[in-house]
Structure formats: structure tokens, C-alpha cells
Design a protein around this ligand. Structure first.
Ligand code: HEC
Ligand code: HEC
Ligand code: HEC
Length: 478
């Protein structure tokens, strides 16, 4: 595995780093983990699923999708320059000096990655390359703490280089267009944005209620509403059952004056992070500037006033905001190492036995053969893992449909005249035509529960891949 410093780790950030960067080995390991969906409970999400490098580490959605079947009720923030932030999350409930705790929250929370720490470490220990990388970076085998520290190292290495604005400040008057220069004057003068969006991060790290309108999807979508309620109940917000709005900082302090206050976001890279605000309710920078020009929302408590900006001035302000973004950097997605299955708990022994170059490790006879990456990819794409137990595929522990541990042996006897292969293939491309004799829930399987569109979702090759894999399962799960 290549271990150099990734291209996106800015060597010359726009301002001196507030702390020493971590070692290259930790940053590189953190990058692998950032892209690895083995860190989520059902192996469907990595950090990069929501924080996508080509969108300045946002997801481009108004509201985050959250973990499958949860839906989150806030916008996904970008990850550049978090090392400079004193509070993290929109409501500031995480300490900027304690990124590992934020990452633990992300990995274990039901609405983000819904992962059990012990299971995660067991999965990582099954990957010889990881055992080696952890050893190099931390001098030991994978542990929860070292996972958190490695990801912290990577995230805190994601910083903006100097932008057009910084070059202008450094004396290069050509760097900003005339419009952007006029916008800068408005930003610091007539529009008074700099009161809260102060340099160099363009955030004072304080909290305000600007009266941003609610996003109706927060309450209309039942899954999202459930997450919203559970979240405020967990934080102990008074009267959480009747909340109709995201109360932000108030949920933490229970001070009436903090109602619906959110952290002033940094405006660096803001041209690349649409849609905007804690709930993604404003789609463009023009809409944001227009919002401020009208004095914010009706319920604001931030002391915003109508600004009386002309159309021309609003355009200039937008031009200035655009100048705060850097050129996107091509982020290379790492090739993730495959499992090399070892007996449970035996990661350290594997490490001692592993040759320096990545090599397949012996598979104990008792364990199911690990599925190839191609199989895991099909299972994720078809979400088979959400409903079926499929040995060898991490996280495939669903109980809505039949346990597939012994499907190859059983399928041949299901329907007269169908081979095991035909039965399995038909079950996927033409689901619910047969009723499986045993499902874990109730006496019979729920007809119609198996998604009917798998034949369209999956290509022919992908269907062959999963059929061939299922044909190897005769182990009864052991
Ligand atoms: C399901 C989508 C999702 C996944 C997966 C996810 N995040 Fe996030 N992340 C979010 C959302 C949404 C927030 C904002 C939460 C809030 O404000 O309540 C956030 C906030 C953050 C922040 C705070 C940024 C700031 O400026 O306040 C950091 C840092 C972060 N995520 C890093 C990570 C890392 C590292 C991982 C992988 C371990 C990860 N995220 C996985 C959705 C996700
Ligand atoms: C009183 C402090 C304050 C002032 C003044 C202010 N902002 Fe903000 N700004 C905030 C806060 C707080 C948020 C987040 C609000 C939310 O999500 O509900 C925000 C959000 C934004 C966002 C969205 C960023 C993102 O990543 O979603 C932009 C863009 C922005 N402001 C630009 C401006 C401009 C331009 C001005 C001047 C016209 C301005 N702000 C004036 C505090 C302020
Ligand atoms: C939403 C839940 C769900 C998803 C997703 C799902 N299945 Fe199923 N599956 C079921 C249910 C329920 C049955 C039993 C249906 C019946 O017999 O009428 C079933 C039946 C099967 C059977 C026949 C089992 C038997 O014992 O007869 C196979 C094989 C199968 N599914 C494979 C897959 C594969 C492969 C995928 C992913 C490409 C997948 N399923 C995705 C719920 C699901």
C-alpha cells in the first residue's frame, strides 16, 4: 500500500497551523480509514460517502441522508480547515480541540455510522495490511483509540491553501477582480458581514440565530422526524416531543437566549459547499446574500438589519464570497485492502506471521471464505446485507429475509425441476415468485419484501457475481 502524504493534505495552508501536524504514517492510515465502509455497521457508509472530496468534503444535499433508514436533519459541513475551529458541529456540541471524540460520536451514533467499537476493531484485525499500517503508525495492533487518532490526523491535514483573497491581502492587487474588491469593501462596511464572519477563518466561532426558515423535509419525512426526536431526547432538551424547529445550541445550554443559535460557519471554500445554512434551505450564494439584504429571517435574534444593497452590490458581494475558494484538488481514492480472514481475536498473531509485503493469509477451515470485493460491492449495491445473513460478507446480518448461509444446499431442493443456480437466480431477478419456506420473522416470509427492481439495479455481471458466490454457501453458517 502506498503510504505517502496525500495530495489533499495542504503543505502550505492559508494560515499557520494551530498545532503540529501528525506523522505522515498516521495521516496516510487515516485516509484509508476515511474511505473504508467497514467502519459502518452494515458496511454501507464510509466518511467519504457523506464528506465527498470532489464537493469540498460535503455531499451536496440540503440535509444529510444519515445511516440507512435513519435520515439526519442537518446539512453536512465541509471538512477543510476544521483544525482551526474551536467548536464543531452546527450547534457546537463538540470541542475543536478534541476531534477524536467527534469521530467516536460519528462512528458509533445510530444516525451516522452505527458501528460497535469492538466489531470494528475485529474487522480491521482481519486485514493484514491494516495490522501492518497500525503497527507502523502507532506501534501496536488496531485499537479504537488509534482509529480515532489516525482519522483525526487525516481530517486535520485537510486545509485550504491561499486563495485569491489571501493573495490580494498579501499585496497582489491583480488577484481579485474589481467586483470582488468592491464586494470585500461591502463585506467589511455597508453589509457588515465581517462582524461575525471575521478573519482569517471568516468566522468568529460564536453562535447566532439568523432566523433561517425551517426546512420542511425535517418533519415531513418520518425517518428524519424520528431521528430529530431521538436526538433531542438524548440531549435532554425540555419538551422534546413538541419541538417543531431545530433549536441548535439551546439543546445543550437550556438557556432561552440560545434558541436556534448555530455556529457562524467559516466562509472559506463557500463557493464549493452549496446548499447553505444548517438545514441547507438556501441553495445559492445569491439566495444567501438576498436573505441578509432583507435583514435575515423574521425570528432572528442576531441584530440583523435590512442592508439596502442594490442588485449590483449583491453581485459584488457574491463575487467576493467566490474568491474565498481554492482550486479543487484531485483526491485519489485509496485502493482498500481485502480481508485475509483469521480466527476471531487473533489479529496480533497474524501480524507477527505476516510477511512485509501484502499477502493473503491462511483461512482457517472453520470460518466461511471471505467474499471478494466484487461480491461485497454487489451486496452493498443491492442492499442484500440489510435483509439477509450472508456469511463472509461483513455486516450482512439482516433478518428480514431468509438466512442464506446454507442456500446452495437448500435451493436445489426447493422447486422441482430447478437447479440451485436457477432457483437463486430467479429469487433475485424475479423475486417473490417463490415463497421461501423459512424466514426468521413469523411463520412465513413476507411476500413482496424482496426488492422487485434488482434486475434493473444490478448488471448481468453483478448478478452472476452474487449468484456464483451464493452457490458456494453450503456451510450452514459455520
Ligand atoms: C451519514 C453521513 C455522515 C457520515 C458517514 C460522516 N459524517 Fe461527518 N458529518 C455529517 C453531518 C450531518 C455533520 C453535522 C452534524 C451536526 O452538526 O449535527 C457532520 C460533521 C462532521 C464534522 C464537523 C465539521 C464542522 O465543521 O463542524 C467532522 C470533522 C466530520 N463530520 C468528520 C467525519 C468523519 C471523520 C467521518 C467518518 C468517521 C464522518 N464525518 C462520517 C455527516 C456524516
Ligand atoms: C450576526 C452574525 C452574522 C452576520 C452579521 C452575518 N452572518 Fe452569515 N452566518 C452566521 C451564522 C450564525 C450562520 C449559520 C446560520 C444557520 O445555519 O442558521 C451564517 C451563515 C452564512 C452562510 C452559509 C455558510 C454555509 O456554509 O452554509 C453564508 C454564505 C453567510 N453566512 C454569508 C454572510 C454574508 C455575506 C453576510 C453579510 C451580508 C453575513 N453572512 C452576515 C452569522 C452571521
Ligand atoms: C428488503 C429486504 C431484502 C433485500 C434488500 C434483499 N432481499 Fe432477498 N429476500 C428477502 C425476503 C423477505 C425473501 C423471502 C421472500 C419470499 O420468499 O417471498 C428473500 C429471498 C431471497 C432468496 C431466496 C431464499 C430462500 O431461502 O428461498 C435469495 C437467494 C435472496 N433473497 C437473495 C438476495 C440477494 C442476492 C439480494 C441483494 C442483491 C437480496 N436478496 C436483497 C428480502 C430481501
Amino acid at each position: 500500500m502506498e503510504m505517502g502524504l496525500p495530495a489533499e493534505s495542504a503543505l502550505e495552508p492559508f494560515a499557520p497551523l494551530p498545532r503540529e501536524p501528525a506523522s505522515d504514517a498516521r495521516i496516510a492510515l487515516g485516509k484509508y480509514l476515511f474511505f473504508d465502509s467497514r467502519l459502518s455497521g452494515n458496511v454501507s457508509l464510509s466518511c467519504a460517502s457523506c464528506h465527498q472530496p470532489d464537493k469540498a468534503f460535503t455531499d451536496g444535499r440540503a440535509l444529510s441522508k444519515g445511516y440507512p433508514s435513519t435520515q439526519y436533519f442537518r446539512n453536512t459541513p465541509m471538512l477543510l480547515n476544521t483544525v482551526y475551529q474551536s467548536r464543531l458541529y452546527w450547534d457546537g456540541r463538540m470541542d475543536g480541540n478534541d476531534m477524536p471524540t467527534l469521530i467516536r460520536d460519528h462512528i458509533t451514533e445510530a444516525h451516522f455510522m452505527s458501528m460497535d467499537g469492538r466489531l470494528m476493531i475485529e474487522r480491521l484485525k482481519q486485514v493484514p495490511e491494516y495490522v501492518e499500517m497500525f503497527n507502523n503508525a502507532f506501534g501496536g495492533s488496531p485499537s479504537f483509540g488509534s482509529v480515532l487518532n489516525a482519522i483525526t490526523a487525516y481530517v486535520q491535514s485537510l486545509n485550504s491553501p491561499a486563495t485569491a483573497y489571501d493573495k490580494y491581502q498579501a499585496g497582489d492587487v491583480q488577484a481579485l477582480s474589481a467586483d470582488a474588491q468592491a464586494g470585500l469593501a461591502l463585506f467589511e462596511g455597508k453589509a457588515n458581514c465581517a462582524r461575525c464572519h471575521s478573519r482569517p477563518l471568516f468566522s468568529d466561532q460564536e453562535f447566532y440565530n439568523n432566523g433561517v426558515a425551517a426546512n420542511p423535509a425535517m418533519l415531513d419525512d418520518p425517518e428524519r422526524h424520528v431521528t430529530f426526536r431521538r436526538f433531542f431526547r438524548t440531549l435532554g432538551a425540555p419538551n422534546y416531543r413538541n419541538l417543531r424547529e431545530d433549536v441548535g445550541l439551546y439543546a445543550l445550554t437550556i438557556q432561552e437566549e440560545d434558541r436556534s443559535k448555530f455556529r457562524t460557519p467559516s466562509l472559506r471554500e463557500v463557493g464549493r459547499t452549496a446548499p447553505y445554512m444548517h438545514n441547507g434551505s438556501l441553495e445559492t450564494l445569491e439566495e444567501v446574500v438576498n436573505f441578509y439584504n432583507q435583514g435575515g429571517g423574521p425570528d432572528q435574534t442576531a441584530g440583523l438589519q435590512p442592508l439596502g444593497l442594490s442588485d449590483e452590490e449583491m453581485k459584488q458581494l457574491v463575487a467576493f464570497l467566490e474568491s474565498l475558494s481554492s482550486e479543487p484538488i484531485q483526491v485519489v481514492t485509496p485502493m482498500l485492502p481485502d480481508y485475509g480472514l483469521v480466527a476471531l481475536g487473533a489479529g496480533e498473531e497474524l501480524q507477527a506471521a505476516a510477511p512485509p509485503a501484502p499477502a493473503p493469509s491462511p483461512t482457517p477451515a472453520a470460518a466461511p471464505v471471505a467474499a471478494s470485493k466484487a461480491v461485497v460491492a454487489v451486496v452493498n449495491k443491492g442492499t442484500c446485507n440489510a435483509c439477509h445473513v450472508i456469511p463472509g460478507v461483513p455486516g450482512a446480518v439482516g433478518i428480514v429475509g431468509p438466512d442464506l448461509s446454507n442456500i446452495s444446499a437448500e435451493a436445489g431442493e426447493r422447486i422441482l425441476g430447478y437447479t440451485a443456480e436457477q432457483y437463486i437466480r430467479e429469487s433475485i431477478i424475479n423475486p417473490n415468485v417463490f415463497t421461501a419456506p423459512k424466514c426468521p420473522f413469523g411463520l412465513a416470509c413476507v411476500p413482496g419484501a424482496m426488492p422487485a427492481n434488482l434486475a434493473q439495479t444490478l448488471s448481468e455481471d453483478e448478478i452472476n457475481t452474487i449468484v456464483n458466490y451464493l452457490l458456494t454457501l453450503t456451510s450452514g453458517g459455520q
